[in-house]
Design a protein around this ligand. Structure first.
Ligand SMILES: [Zn+2]
Length: 93
């Protein structure tokens, strides 16, 4: 899938359509002090191993996410492309 470097998109901060710079999305590490992480750590503390049965459903590819930066207010927003694909997004034509 190919996307332009700059696309017109709705900015929720400016409340109108503006030009947006497209960037790749990089997944960041999970927060260690979030409620879910603390609850999980509490549950597996001691002699207990995994607490939930692991089910691995087969999914074909991932939904691709990009980050849009508004050129007017410089704020960021995310956009997810709904299709599951194995191909990564190429930015810039
Ligand atoms: Zn904006």
């Amino acid at each position: 899938m190919k996307i332009d470097k700059e696309i017109m998109s709705y900015c929720k901060y400016c409340k109108k359509h503006t030009k947006n710079v497209v960037r790749n999305y990089n997944k960041k590490s999970q927060r260690g002090l979030s409620l879910g992480t603390r609850r999980h750590n509490r549950a597996i503390k001691g002699y207990v191993g995994s607490i939930e049965p692991k089910i691995h459903p087969k999914k074909l590819g991932k939904k691709q996410k990009v980050i849009l930066e508004c050129t007017e207010c410089k704020k960021h927003s995310e956009r997810v492309f709904g299709m599951r694909t194995k191909k990564k997004i190429e930015i810039g034509r």
